[in-house]
Ligand binder design. Structure first.
Ligand code: G16
Length: 543
């Protein structure tokens, strides 16, 4: 086998965002672009010699070609073994599990998550460390620094590997194991949840629809929900992963999964609805006539997790990202356990999970997970809900109403202003940062600011400090707004505005969130002057 050392194109300085490197697919397809990043991953983490990696992606356009490049580069860099999902497919949580199960030196995951796929859409890559989780900031920084100075990458000149056949093959001295993407993950789920109880629930006539959004969870959901748990065929819709996700936007929220939401809100709708995203780490939960916000879902799951067989001992603590609502803090308080508030990004949960400080984590961006892997896990959240429904024998709406009557309701909504001019978005944030110190005591549309800051996080495990993680403004009357710029977009800037208003146990829990949040929305507009900066009267996406 001929090993070529190729001098790469000078595409330097590829800066990973909230979750790895995400760019337009055409950029990734330029010779030397993906190669630079992959070489930087290997070189900045001590080299690939003798190491083993898990490799897989969400099946989007360029997934298979990217995997062939990674295979040849891993061989040229002296890797000992790759474990690859059949046809190049691996849901992100399944990849995390395979890294942990096989004790590999990490994994390369190909996905731009919930972003659309296709030659004119998005592609992405990230490196997960041996604990199965996204690299911590210092590793991401080391990779980024390497991309700035890299001058060559190593790749072998060889034929493509057949990714469709399960089994073992070799490229030079490197072993390649093509595995069923679903089976180990399914086995793990079976250790965590009472499959018998969920089977009995489906056998009793309980109905569900799962929208895989033409993305990676289709095969997982069919194998687990339909083949194993006895949900009727057709429970999983859009279940075949397509390179362009059927021209859709595989983001499981009320905007991009509207048909599913409409179905659940209709008379003929099923008892339970769920969806997952491009790479299978996000989830959306619905009951008949009710949409559950990710923040509420985290709180309900935390309050009921002990009902599932893998968690009967309860959990040591809860972690949520800062913009996620305070609903889970109330559960933690009631359970007498700690609730950690971390910056946005699943990587910040890694240390807390590894140290055993928390047993469940969640984010407003539709991510929930536990210590079973080191990624958020869409199907896991769906199965935990099913397990709880099977044990409590109540509807989703009843469980939610009961939860609010015990803990009160944190009304919550996120307003996104997409594809803004980056300089404009930065000037809005910078102007706000300048104002922060003087906000306390000021009143906006009748709401008085009681505190405001630019969020910093001091990791309690390794003491690392992460600053400038979003602006928090707290108002009198248990209301809050958070503003930050998205770290996952590939075009312009996206301003995210997270709005929250708490209503106590005996308050009205039946309001439309946009109505319940009207005072905070008005106060935010007066304080931040979003229209003045962006010329946008309304957000592009409201969830
Ligand atoms: C990624 C991270 C999540 C994070 C989200 C935030 O999600 O994995 O932990 O909450 O980004 O996105 P943004 O910066 O756009 O608000 P994913 O599902 O895209 O990998």
């Amino acid at each position: 086998m001929k090993v070529d050392s190729v001098v790469s194109e000078p595409i330097k300085g590829q800066k990973p965002g909230t979750s790895g490197l995400r760019k337009k697919t055409r950029q990734f397809m330029e010779r030397g672009f993906l190669e630079n990043f992959v070489q930087s991953i290997f070189s900045a983490t001590g080299g690939a010699k003798g190491k083993s990696y898990v490799v897989g992606g969400d099946g989007r356009f360029f997934n298979k070609q990217a995997i062939q490049i990674i295979i040849k580069m891993a061989a040229a860099n002296g890797a000992a073994k790759l474990i690859i999902g059949q046809d190049g497919l691996l849901a992100t949580p399944a990849a995390s599990h395979l890294i942990r199960l096989n004790k590999t030196d990490g994994g390369l995951i190909l996905s731009a998550s919930h972003n659309p796929g296709g030659i004119d859409q998005d592609f992405g890559i990230k490196f997960n460390t041996p604990n199965g989780g996204p690299s911590a900031q210092r590793i991401t920084d080391a990779i980024y620094n390497f991309t700035k100075t890299i001058s060559q990458y190593f790749i072998v000149n060889a034929d493509d590997i057949d990714l469709s056949k399960i089994g073992i093959t070799h490229l030079g001295n490197m072993k390649i194991e093509i595995v069923d993407p679903v089976s180990d993950y399914k086995d793990l789920m079976e250790t965590l949840f009472d499959f018998d109880k969920i089977k009995a629930l489906f056998a009793s006539g309980f109905s569900m629809q799962f929208d895989a959004m033409h993305a990676v969870t289709g095969p997982y959901a069919k194998a687990i929900l339909e083949d194993c748990l006895g949900a009727p065929k057709g429970t999983v819709i859009n279940g075949i992963p397509l390179p362009d996700f059927g021209n859709g936007h595989p983001d499981p929220n009320p905007v991009w999964a509207k048909p599913l939401v409409d179905f659940l809100m209709s008379e003929e709708g099923p008892d339970f609805g769920a969806a997952s995203d491009g790479d299978g780490d996000r989830n959306m939960i619905l009951g008949k006539g009710i949409y559950i916000t990710p923040s509420d879902s985290l709180a309900v799951l935390a309050a009921n997790i002990h009902l599932a067989k893998g968690y009967t001992k309860g959990i040591s603590g809860i972690a949520r990202s800062m913009p996620t609502s305070g609903a889970s803090d109330r559960v933690a308080k009631a359970l007498g356990i700690e609730c950690y508030e971390t910056p946005t990004g699943w990587k910040f949960f890694g240390n807390l999970l590894d140290a055993g400080k928390v047993g469940i984590c969640g984010e407003e961006s539709a991510g929930t997970g536990s210590d079973h892997v080191r990624e958020k896990d869409g199907l896991w959240a769906v199965l935990l809900w099913l397990n709880i429904l099977a044990v409590r024998k109540q509807s989703v709406a009843e469980i939610m109403q009961e939860h609010w009557s015990v803990f009160g309701r944190n009304y919550y909504s996120r307003h996104d202003y997409e594809n803004l001019d980056t300089a404009t978005a930065n000037s809005l944030i910078n102007a706000l940062i300048e104002k922060i110190a003087n906000l306390k005591g000021q009143e906006f549309c009748g709401l008085k600011v009681i505190a405001a800051d630019d969020f910093s996080y001091n990791d309690p495990v390794d003491n690392s400090l992460s600053s400038n993680q979003g602006i928090r403004i707290f108002f009198e009357g248990e209301a809050r707004v958070v503003l930050r710029l998205s770290g996952t977009g590939t075009q312009g800037a996206t301003l995210r505005v997270y709005l929250e208003q708490y209503t106590s146990q005996d308050g009205d829990h039946s309001l439309d969130p946009q109505i319940a949040l009207k005072a905070v929305i008005d106060a935010t507009n007066a304080l931040v002057k979003i229209e003045h900066y962006t010329s946008r009267k309304f957000p592009d996406v409201t969830t």
